[in-house]
Each structure stands twice: as C-alpha cells, then as structure tokens.
Design a protein around this ligand. Structure first.
Ligand SMILES: Cc1cc2nc3c(=O)[nH]c(=O)nc-3n(C[C@H](O)[C@H](O)[C@H](O)COP(=O)(O)O)c2cc1C
Length: 230
C-alpha cells in the first residue's frame, strides 16, 4: 500500500485544468506523489566551504518547494568523500559523515513544511569535479575536452564501489604492480595538460553571452543580499 505524505486538492488550480495529466497522482516506489512535477537537483553554492548547510541554503530550497505544489523537490547533489574527491562546486553540500545530517534534515523539513516531497542526491562529479584536489577521477583517464578541468585519475571497479583512493597508490588491495604503474603513467600524461580554473561553477561565465553574464551578476548580488540577512 503506497504511502501518501501530503493531501492536495488542485480543483482551484488553473494549471490543473490546462495540464490535467501533470496534476494526476503518481506512485513512485512506496510513495504516492500528488502530481508529476519535479524540481531537478541544482547546485546553489549556498553551503559553507566545509559542506555544511546554511540558513540561505535552507531558505532557497523552501522557496523551490513552494513551486512544486506538492510534487518532488530535490536538493542539489552532495559530495560523499572526506578528501573531497568528486566535489564539483565550492559551495556544495556534503554528506560523507553523519555530522551533516542535522543540516540536511533542515532542508528536508523546510520542503515538507510546504507539503512537498523531499529528495536528495549523492553525487560524484567525476572528470568535471575537483575543487580542492589537484586531480579529478573517473571510470577512465579520458580527459575533459575543456582545459579548465584537472587531469583525470582512472578509478578501478573496486574504487567505484569503495570510494576514496588508497594511500599506497593502488586502486585496490588486489591491483597488480603493472596495472598500478600503467594507471600512474596515464595520469602523469594527463597532468601535463594545462589548466587554469579550478571549479566547474567558474567555467560558466566564459561561455555565456554578455547579457546572460549581466543577468548572472544581478542574481549573484541578490543572493549575496540573502546571505547577508540569513
Ligand atoms: C546550476 C546547475 C546546477 C545543477 N546541479 C545539478 C545537481 O546537483 N545534480 C543533478 O543531477 N543535476 C544538476 N543540474 C542539472 C539539472 O538538474 C537539470 O537536469 C538540467 O538543468 C536540465 O533541466 P532543464 O532543461 O530544465 O534546465 C544542475 C543544473 C544547473 C543549471
């Protein structure tokens, strides 16, 4: 029997008349969601540099939750590694330790207060990640085509399952010395590639049209205001 977290009546909603299917309930797993709207996970860079959620981050998600009128509301992908491998943004939230749970719960509570269904995402940014580390990692050492990204270290299947890299340089206790050296050589080749900027979030301005950059700057300033009052 699916669980209904929140009851919604859309009979007064103009959108429900125009898009009746969108406002029909849907069962996902054991949850009954009152409509088919989802706010897709988006990094907001509003968290502390230590990965802890801030008041501004909670407020941002509360406002997103209002917009889904009872649907799914996903907070940004969180990084899962103490050494910050796979971190993609400076202000990204973390969840590599239970100490982050109270902050993440504040976001879930803020979403639930708006009678929306909260979700979050465990994220590894792979070869477009690396904020604090001088390399990024991925399932192969194929570098990113954009030069701003850092050299890629190849992960083994065991790495992918186990997460953080080992101190002895081997991908896992069973990796042969030949394989380990091969991986290291590939990574060294990768490291000769020049790069200039460290975080994916910083790439964007160079690629945007001027009017978009101005718009982005206005939004950035508006958020700084929000942080000031948070
Ligand atoms: C600033 C920004 C941050 C994003 N962060 C995430 C993220 O943390 N996790 C994720 O799965 N997708 C992320 N995305 C992708 C969005 O969730 C979404 O899939 C994408 O923007 C395409 O949807 P759209 O066509 O409605 O924009 C991000 C997108 C943007 C623009």
């Amino acid at each position: 029997m699916a669980k209904t977290l929140f009851e919604w009546d859309y009979s007064d909603y103009p959108g429900a008349k125009t898009y009746p299917h969108l406002f029909k309930p849907i069962q996902i797993g054991n949850l009954m969601i009152p409509n088919r709207i989802k706010y897709a996970a988006t990094e907001d860079n509003l968290n502390g540099h230590d990965g802890f959620v801030t008041d501004a981050g909670v407020e941002y998600m509360r406002q997103r939750a209002i917009g889904v009128v009872g649907g799914l509301c996903y907070m940004q992908g969180v990084y899962m590694d103490e050494k910050r491998q796979g971190q993609g943004y400076i202000g990204q939230a973390a969840a590599w330790d239970d100490k982050f749970i109270p902050g993440l719960k504040r976001i879930a509570d803020a979403i639930h207060e708006q009678k929306a269904v909260a979700g979050f995402q465990l994220m590894d940014c792979g070869r477009v990640g690396a904020v604090e580390t001088d390399y990024c990692h991925g399932p192969s050492a194929v570098p990113q085509r954009l030069r701003i990204f850092k050299p890629v270290e190849e992960m083994s299947n065991a790495d992918v399952k186990q997460g953080p890299a080992r101190e002895d340089g081997r991908a896992n206790p069973d990796e042969s010395p030949q394989r380990s050296n091969q991986r290291r050589r590939r990574n060294e080749v990768g490291q000769r590639r020049p790069y200039t900027v460290v975080a994916a979030g910083q790439v964007v301005p160079h690629l945007m049209r001027e009017q978009d950059q101005q718009q982005r700057e206005r939004e950035r300033q508006a958020f700084q205001q929000l942080r000031r009052f948070a």
